[in-house]
Design a binder for this molecule. Structure first.
Ligand SMILES: [Zn+2]
Length: 341
């Protein structure tokens, strides 16, 4: 990133102006904007793989060097993903505006629909990727905002039992009280043994890594990752992913909404192979989930605003980042609002 970049890939607002080819939106419309930018016409968009759009990353060559092929451009998400300005601003430019934004009617508050732009669909897709069968147990690593929605979504999709893993007390409390999850603090228990015990010795049917490359851990491999990262020998820390692979029951699914950037070291792929695990991963195909999840909010099945712990003015964003990053003041999710002129 560079100085002056505009962050924020989870936003909504009022349409103030439209391009000549945009026919379905008009000034004054209230919209929520999905964080992947998608053309709506390419092979990937037509197959509902919106975050893999072929036409929205103007810096595709950078991603191609690293990944072979480029995924979609994303708002406020580094130059690798297009270098688009994000939504934490007075105004945002929305490319392919006739494809992405969801127009909202009256009746629902901004706070109830805002998270359709990212974390609700992200948690939902993570759970959907688990192919949950009736009676299933799903374990979720990381009780940040995405983890909280993964927990709720797992129950919405028919899980019988959700086990949530974290170390931050307020996150575990939210997972327990709002999410009805059984919670494990990885600083207090051996996660692998605890999961085995809670699943009759078999392991969870599906494991969700809602942590990604910034995993913290106390085991020896977590320390190894930190050391290698410190001397630039690897890019991602993957303690959670290793634990999920190890803990997952035979024939189960490891679903990974947590973001990984580069190369992973010491992946227990033998365990994955011999247990016949399925991996599902990727940035969220938000466009696919906007309408169905809006319906779940309208019907009162879920009210995503439960996640909000802090509300601030746009001008106070730096303080919001600080609170979130240092986990101060029991901060789980900050919402920034621009005061209307
Ligand atoms: Zn496309």
């Amino acid at each position: 990133m560079r100085e002056g970049d505009i962050l924020g890939h989870e936003f909504m607002g009022e349409v103030v102006e439209v391009g000549v080819d945009v026919r379905n939106l008009h000034p004054g419309d209230r919209v929520v904007v999905p964080f992947p930018i998608a053309c709506g016409r390419c092979l990937f968009c037509r197959r509902d793989l919106w975050s893999l759009c072929d036409n929205s990353n103007p810096h595709a060559w950078m991603a191609e060097k690293l990944y072979g092929f480029s995924a979609a451009g994303l708002y406020g998400y580094s130059y690798l993903m297009g270098g688009y300005a994000g939504g934490q601003a007075e105004y945002a430019r929305v490319p392919f505006a006739d494809v992405g934004p969801l127009k909202l009617g009256e009746g629902l508050r901004d706070e109830q629909v805002l998270f359709l732009s990212d974390i609700f669909p992200t948690g939902y897709m993570a759970a959907e990727n688990c192919h949950i069968q009736p009676g299933d147990t799903v374990a979720v690593w990381g009780c940040g905002p995405v983890g909280q929605f993964a927990i709720k979504s797992a129950y919405m999709l028919g899980a019988e039992h959700v086990i949530a893993i974290d170390s931050i007390p307020e996150r575990l409390q939210m997972a327990k009280e709002h999410g009805q999850a059984e919670v494990l603090n990885y600083q207090d228990v051996d996660v692998f043994e605890a999961l085995k015990e809670l699943t009759g010795g078999r392991g969870p049917d599906a494991c969700i890594d809602a942590v990604g490359m910034e995993a913290h851990g106390t085991a020896i491999d977590a320390i190894y990752d930190r050391v290698k990262q410190a001397v630039w020998l690897e890019t991602d820390r993957l303690h959670v992913l290793r634990q999920a692979i190890q803990a997952c029951r035979k024939g189960g699914t490891v679903s990974i909404p947590g973001v990984y950037g580069g190369f992973l070291d010491k992946v227990p792929f033998g365990a994955a192979f011999h247990k016949g695990l399925t991996f599902k991963t990727g940035q969220t195909h938000v466009h696919k989930y906007l309408r169905p999840l809006l319906v779940s909010i309208e019907r009162g099945i879920i009210d995503p605003s439960f996640i909000i712990t802090h509300r601030m003015r746009l001008e106070d964003a730096p303080r919001g980042y600080e609170l979130f990053n240092k986990r101060e003041d029991r901060c789980i999710k900050v919402v920034l609002k621009r005061e209307r002129q």
